[in-house]
Design a protein around this ligand. Structure first.
Ligand SMILES: [Zn+2]
Ligand SMILES: [Zn+2]
Length: 143
């Protein structure tokens, strides 16, 4: 995500009113490494802005995704998570607690084996990893 002033300019340009609630959503997202869901952001915002609706949060996140300021992650099958870090990186999800972690390692894939006449040009890829985080690893070992 760009800095908040830049995002505000873009949102204005796409015809969206910059309410204090929407600006508060931007502030929650700024430098956020926790890959929050719409519900996470809604719960956090509700403490400061009791009148905010879930729809406002959801629509703002969808618009930010649409204008390329945040990424919508779908590795959690139950709910989408949002990531303001637009740099190239991969993700790992904990199967027990659902926490999502950044994987900064870069990977070489045999692209010539992936491309075909039907799909000759690949411009990027994203790898999702499943497993258990440091907090959950020991509790699943014995079961
Ligand atoms: Zn975990
Ligand atoms: Zn990430």
């Amino acid at each position: 995500m760009n800095d908040i002033e830049e995002v505000k300019r873009k949102l204005k340009g796409s015809g969206m009113k910059l309410t204090t609630q929407r600006i508060a959503i931007l502030q929650i997202l700024q430098n956020n490494k926790s890959h929050p869901t719409a519900m996470d952001i809604y719960r956090k915002l509700k403490l400061k802005q009791p009148t905010v609706s879930f729809t406002t949060v959801y629509n703002t996140l969808e618009l930010l995704t649409h204008i390329g300021e945040i990424k919508k992650l779908t590795l959690d099958f139950e709910r989408a998570h949002y990531d303001p870090d637009m740099s190239q990186h991969h993700h790992a999800i904990c199967l027990k607690c659902g926490a999502i972690f950044d994987i900064q390692q870069s990977f070489e894939l045999p692209m010539d084996k992936v491309t075909s006449d039907d799909f000759p040009l690949i411009t990027g890829f994203h790898i999702d990893f499943w497993g258990y985080c440091g907090k959950c690893k020991d509790s699943v070992k014995d079961s």
